[in-house]
Design a protein around this ligand. Sequence first.
Ligand code: SF4
Ligand code: SF4
Length: 248
Amino acid sequence: MRIDPVKCTGCGQCRFFCSMRGGIMSFHRDPSSPGRVYTVINEDECVECGVCLRSGVCPTDALYQPELHWPRILRKNFSDPLKIHPETRIPGRGTEEMKTNEVTGRFRRGFYGIALELGRPGVGTRFRDVDRVSRAMASLGVTFEINNPVTRLMVDQSNGLINTEILDEKVLSAIVEFIIPAHLLEAVLKEVQCVAMEIDTVFSGDIIARVEPDGQIPTVEALERLEIPVYINGKCNVGLGRPSAPEV
Ligand code: SF4
Ligand code: SF4
């Protein structure tokens, strides 16, 4: 995103709408017109989410979206909720399979689904950090979800290597998503705790497992052993139709 310095009055209203909390915008004095200020966006920190422009807050139409090319276009694909990921044809973060397990049956008994989200809220992440996480998970033998845009950016899935051309690109949020056999859970969680100390962003994780026939949730014991607080969420996607996943 850019601001036309001629149109901008430096009112600062767009800062309140910035997904990066406005810290990436700064005021500059116009050397040719004493007393006049205008706002500049730090383009290296902007994730191209488009929120400032879509808010319509600018009174002078100074905000504008320049054409984006590879690899910068990835910023928009991952950060603008209205943009559809070209690889998965899904908007937002480009993956939605985990919350439809009752219909898709992607996670069978004895397997867990894990999603590690980097960057949200309000911080963003670079693919350099995403690559650090995906490589760490690959070293444990996880199976990456193919219908996920981060996986599609890997040049070597068995080692979790992300295309080096994009490592400096910054996005609002990126999700590393994979399936593991149940016995790998503790090793994965320990590795997540290690790698989280090495990356400079907000980090959150989801684990999905089928509830056992007796109502037990199979992941809880391992999480408690590692002293990880457990928040159990149940969700029913009304409108997706009747559950069709085979009971395996
Ligand atoms: S496009 Fe998003 S990150 Fe960039 S300046 Fe606008 S609100 Fe901030
Ligand atoms: S809202 Fe418009 S005029 Fe005000 S600082 Fe932002 S770009 Fe400039």
